[in-house]
Structures are given as C-alpha cells and as structure tokens.
Design a binder for this molecule. Structure first.
Ligand SMILES: [Zn+2]
Length: 684
C-alpha cells in the first residue's frame, strides 16, 4: 500500500537530482508525485531538527548551526521544483497542491522558530560567540540566526509568546481584509460611457474600456474602472474634464467609502497591533523593528534619504505646474488647475516636446541578441561565459539551459531561462534558484533561472522586444548574476539572501549597461538590415526618461513619508485619516498631486507586512544603482576592470555575508549619496 513512508527520498527524481548536468530528471517527474514527496521531505526535515535539538553533546557550530543550515535538503529540492512549476508552468493539479502545501510549510517553519530546545542551543553558541574564534561570515550567520529566533519571540515568556502569536494572527487576517476591501471597491465602481464621451482617448484605452464594460455585462459601452491600467490612461488622455474629476475622486477614495469595505478601522487596528508587537519585542517603534536588519537600519537614515529628495521634488513640481497651467490657459481653460488636470496636460507637453514612436525601436531589439548582450556584459565585467546546452529537458520545452564557466574554464553552475508567455505561466518576470551556491559541507553549485513573459513569435520569426522588455531582461539577469556569482560559505547568506533595501541593487544596476553605446552598437542591430541603432534614435529615447519627474517623485515620496510617519512613532494614531491629513499639511503637499497610494488603499503597507516601513526601499535601491553606476562613469570606462572586480567581490559575490553598508562602502569607497539618483530622475 503506498504511503508517505514508501517514498525513497534518496532515489526519487524530485529529491535526488540525477538528470543531465546534475539537473533534476524532469522527464521522469509526474504532477502526482509532489504531494507524497512533500510529506516525506517534511517528515525527514522534522527528524533532522529533532536530532539537532535533542543532541546531548555541547552545542558547536558543526553540530548545531551547520547541521541546521544543511538540513532539509530534500525539502529544498522538492520545493524549488514545485514553486518553479507553480509560477512558470502550472495546471489544476499544481494549483490545488499549492493551497494544500502553503499552510503546511508555514506551520512547519513556524514550529522550527518556536522550538525552545533548538533556540537554547543557538542561544548558548550566541552567548559564547566571542570565545569561539569564528570567522566573520560564520559569526554573522550565527548572529542573524539568533536574531531571527528572537524576532519570532523566542525570548518571550509563555504569556508573551501567546500574545505575539495572537497579534500575528490578527495582523495577518486584518491584512487580508484590507486587500479584499480595496478589491471590492475597485470591483464595484465603474463609470459607463458611450462613444460620444470618449474624446481624446487612443484606441488601446477604448478597447480596454470596452472589454471592461463587457465583463460587467454592458457590452457596447465603455467602462472607466479603478484598475490603474485603465484609470491612469483615462485621466491622461480624456478631453472631458468633468469625467476626469469623477474618476480621480473615486480612485483616491478607494477603501474609504463607508460600509463593509471601508478600511479606516482596519488601518487603526493594524497600527495599534504593530506598535504593540514592536514594544513586546523590545523596539522603540514598528519601523525600528522592521528596519533593524536592513541597510538603512533606522528611521533617521530613511529620512536622511527622503527629506532632501522631497524638498527638491516639491520645487520641481511647482515649476512644472506653472508650465502646465500656461498650457491649460492656452488651451482655453479658465478653471483653477486641479489634480485631475495634471496627467492630461503633462501628456500634451510630452507629445509637444518628444514626438517619437516606440515602434521605431523594436526592430533593433531582437530577443536573442539582447540575451547575447546580457552575457557579453557579464563576460566583460566578471569574466564568466555562457554556453547553451541544447536538447536538455527542463520543466517546459521553451526553457533553455546554459552552462556557466569561470574565466579559467572551470564550471560555475547553470543558468536556465524560460522567455515566452503562455497561459500556464503567471504574469511578470522573475529570478529564482533551483539550487543556491555555497561552500559549506560538500558545497553546492548554483542553478539559477529567469522567467519572462515575452510574446512568442510565429515559428521561424525572431522575437522582438520593446525597450521596457529589454530592460526587464537585463534587470532579471542582474538578479540572476547575484545568484550565479555568489561565493559564500553559508547557504542562508547565499546570492539574493540580502535585505529588502539592498536586493534590487544588482538588478537595477545591471539595467544601466543596456544603454551603454558600445553594447547597443554591437547588439542592437536592425532585424532586416543588420545595421546598428542610429544615435539620434537612442538620444531621443534617453531624453524622455526624466520627463515628468516632479510629479512622479512627489506622488511616490509622499507615500513613502506617510509610511514612515505611521510606523516610526511609538504608538498609533487614534484617527489615521486625520493623521494623514495633518502629516500632508506639515509636508506642504501640493493639492494638485495625490499620493501614489493613500492610506485606505495602500496595499504595500497594509495588505500584509510586505513593504510596511519599507516603501522607501524602492527609492533607496534607486539611489544605490545610480550611485554605483556613477562610479563607472567617473572613470570614463563602463567596464573599468579594477572597479568591476570590486563590484564582483563586494556586491555580486558577497550575498548577505557582510552588512550591506560595509559591502557597499568596500565597493564604492563611501556610502551612496542621493545626488546621482536626483540627476537620473532629472531633479537637478
Ligand atoms: Zn527586481
């Protein structure tokens, strides 16, 4: 009779990887296999954790920390294949399993972090850490592990633990409610229009509005909805000021319309619970708790970034508004310039200043050549090379396999890539690892993959990319390099295992090399003529990048500052929306620009913990990538070998083995300043 005990983890293709090049033998994996293998792998990991925590020997790095890090190999293997399939090639069986496996995994890992005997052994090592003679990476891993337990409540007494568990549970359910409320408001509101109301709208907006109306049972009409992909183009192009105002008001009031879907009390309760949680764990505020293991570290450092940017953005936006008001007056408007006018007149200004068509660029960006460009840049910067291995089965016939070699010809690992959209793939683009690279124990070579969603061309024709798509390819390849170049001992600090405000540096930085002239001249060749992209076209494309920066920076930074205002105080405001209004007034927020996310629909911050006290990190990463690329520009050589080696050693190879501030300073010689980011955004 088959049971979970019948699974031989040492032989099953999901856990024992014996396919070509050390990959899993994908051809012999069935969807029906996952469930039983998961159960067996979870059991095996439990047994390993049990053995570590009940070991009678004095705790040592070997018998405790290393055993903990190397444990769960079978579970890692089956999980990495499963999550790859769930994202890139799913079906009903996989989806049903996902609902079953997610809670099992979360119970499993929370049991480990609540394991008192295990924590006692980690704590014993931690208290003796100074006398253990540890190398810096091992010391850091020990400290991070200990902190992880403590942040999960390991040092609390029984009452404290119970209270923390209750708080976490309530926060998680409030977060879900918050997200569902926003969705409900977005779903329930629609403004139905007729052909006569569509003045100014381009065809792509009309057709998505027609589809949205049809989905709501009003075929033949046109719906403005509160989805950003309709709301933004509608308020950008519609000539009807009255309709723009209606849409604007509905969009900014999502989650604040009274009734069952109103988020006001949800936010109030969440802020209270977060403040209580921080206090329980010994932190001055929720922001202090969240920032503790980031590069920024403190709310003060976040403000040191955001405050000067805010001042500059306000000035830029005020100057931009004058120009837009002039345009509005010329167009015959005698109304006071309002928030629902901004996008509309900004688009008119853009069309006037930069008349150019994205479609002109596409023939120069062939997928295969952009992939070559990614590889070529990596070779020039870091010495690694890529060789495609044809005929090797991965999770789907479209997935391609590349062997990575070091400069001396030795094997570095594997890179897999799955570029084309299909219905079984979720949208977006991402990087992940089937296996991460590390040296502990027998060591492991990285197996990294990228997933994209480019439109598949008809057979025999080359795939062409837009500029944004080519940028995405470079971005995700930058994350992939973070995984592929990793050179650390401990698995838990391998590759992209770094803090939230540091993880986008390798990816966003890599994007800069796409527009380096030498790269485009070599790889951006016209699909028919083979000629490189004309300089004039490239210049036009680069010039549009800073347009509208005042507006974009104000709407983003206002949300980031509000996130900090809520979370950097020791308590919680009784009336969050009044607090929002007061904070905006102190900041001198212009009434002609709305925050990118107002409190009652700020999903990054309230629909789960994700970016709470962390919305700033998008801009933080931008500061890092602009400053890091400026280092190359300052030398006059985008491939400066000495700098490239420092970049490899301290950023791409270092993972989370050292504090990010220390790593960045070792690369750049100093901490980043926002100056290069402000130039890149066109704020100076
Ligand atoms: Zn990214």
């Amino acid at each position: 009779m088959p049971s979970t005990n019948a699974v031989d983890l040492a032989a099953h293709p999901l856990t024992a990887w014996r396919g070509p090049l050390g990959l899993p033998d994908f051809a012999h994996i069935g969807d029906g296999d996952f469930s039983a293998v998961f159960d067996a792998a979870l059991k095996a990991h439990e047994a390993e954790i049990d053995a570590i925590s009940s070991n009678k020997a004095t705790p040592s790095i070997e018998n405790t920390l290393a055993a903990l890090e190397l444990g769960g190999e079978a579970l890692d293997h089956v999980s990495s294949i499963f999550w790859c399939r769930a994202g890139a090639y799913t079906n009903e069986t996989i989806q049903a399993l996902e609902r079953d496996i997610s809670p099992k995994m979360s119970r499993h890992f929370s049991a480990i972090s609540m394991n008192e005997k295990l924590f006692a052994r980690i704590d014993d090592l931690y208290q003796r850490r100074e006398s253990l003679n540890l190398d810096p990476e091992t010391l850091r891993v020990l400290e991070k592990t200990w902190k992880g337990f403590v942040r999960s409540g390991a040092k609390l007494d029984a009452d404290g633990k119970t209270r923390l568990a209750k708080i976490n549970e309530e926060l998680s359910s409030l977060g879900t409610t918050f997200g569902q409320n926003v969705l409900a408001d977005e779903r329930d509101w629609a403004l139905f229009l007729d052909e006569a109301d569509l003045a100014g709208l381009p065809d792509f907006v009309k057709s998505s509005m027609a589809e949205a109306a049809e989905m709501r049972g009003r075929k033949g009409r046109y719906a403005v909805t509160l989805s950003r992909s309709i709301y933004e183009p509608f308020t950008t192009f519609s000539e009807r000021r009255d309709l723009r105002e209606i849409a604007y008001r509905a969009f900014t009031m999502r989650g604040q319309n009274g009734g069952a879907s109103d988020n006001t009390s949800v936010v109030r309760d969440m802020l209270k619970l977060r403040a209580e949680k921080a206090k329980l764990l010994g932190y001055a505020s929720f922001a202090a708790l969240k920032l503790d293991d980031t590069m920024a570290k403190t709310p003060k450092a976040v403000h040191a970034l955001l405050d000067p940017v805010w001042e500059r953005a306000l000035e830029k936006a005020a100057a931009d508004q004058k120009e837009l008001e002039r345009l509005a007056a010329e167009a015959g408007s005698n109304e006071k310039f309002a928030a629902w006018d901004w996008r509309f007149y900004q688009e008119k200004l853009r069309a006037e200043k930069f008349a150019f068509d994205e479609a002109e660029l596409k023939p120069y960006l062939q997928l295969d050549r952009v992939i070559d460009a990614c590889f070529d840049v990596a070779t020039r910067l870091f010495g690694i090379t890529f060789e495609e291995k044809k005929g090797i089965a991965a999770w789907h016939p479209d997935a391609r396999v590349f062997a990575i070699k070091n400069a001396d010809g030795s094997e570095r690992g594997l890179f897999l890539a799955d570029y084309f959209a299909r219905p079984s793939k979720r949208s977006g683009a991402w990087m992940s690892a089937l296996k991460s690279g590390y040296k502990l124990g027998h060591g492991s070579k990285p197996v990294i993959y990228n997933i994209m969603n480019f439109a598949k061309p008809p057979a025999g024709e080359p795939a062409l990319l837009s500029v944004d798509e080519a940028k995405t390819l470079f971005h995700e390849f930058g994350h992939a390099l973070h995984g592929m170049l990793t050179d650390v001992t401990w698995p838990s600090v391998s590759g992209t295992s770094v803090s939230r405000d540091f993880v986008e540096l390798p990816s966003q930085l890599y994007e800069h090399w796409l527009t380096v002239p030498a790269v485009l001249e070599k790889h951006a060749l016209h699909v028919k003529t083979g000629k490189p992209m004309p300089k004039a076209l490239l210049d036009k494309m680069l010039a549009t990048r800073t347009f509208g920066a005042g507006f974009a920076t104000v709407e983003f930074t206002a949300s980031a500052l509000m996130d900090m205002a809520y979370h950097a105080r020791p308590d919680a405001p009784e009336e969050p929306l009044r607090f929002e209004a007061e904070t905006l007034s102190t900041l001198h927020m212009p009434d002609t620009i709305a925050m990118r996310h107002r409190t009652p629909h700020f999903g990054h911050v309230f629909a789960g913990e994700g970016y709470s006290a962390g919305y700033y990190s998008y801009m933080w990463s931008e500061v890092l990538d602009a400053d890091a690329f400026a280092a190359f520009e300052e030398t006059g050589d985008p491939f400066n070998p000495a700098l490239a080696e420092r970049l490899r050693k301290n950023i791409y190879a270092a993972g989370g083995s050292k504090d990010p501030e220390e790593l960045y300073t070792a690369f750049r010689g100093k901490m980043p300043s926002p100056a290069a980011m402000m130039v890149k955004r066109g704020l100076v």
